[in-house]
Design a protein around this ligand. Sequence first.
Ligand code: MN
Length: 129
Amino acid sequence: MKKRVLLIEDNEQNRYMMSFLLTRKGYEVVEAGDGPAGIELARRIRPALILLDIQLPGMDGYTVAGELKAIPETASIPIVAITSYAMTGDRERGIAAGCDGYMEKPIDPETFAAEIGRYLPGAGGDQGA
Ligand code: MN
């Protein structure tokens, strides 16, 4: 069965690119364009992993991570924070908000899917593709 990844990202181009790279590696990708939609989807579909953009309009990624970790059904889903610029303290803030990992944009298309695979429970890498 394909592993499902929820991608919460407001930038359509980034969403397209990450979705493309993950789908190509055999993941099923579900997309949300903002925090509230992402939280709602996470509760409903219970993804194996959540990729969370930090710079989101309205509710920022830190707040989204905090909410996801406070909801029993989504609390154990690993979250990888993605930030578009190297802001000092972003990593620490992300971890404090409950994120399990951290990546910086621009992402590297060559290594992105493999890096994501490391955060999946019980996975030693990608989907064997
Ligand atoms: Mn953004």
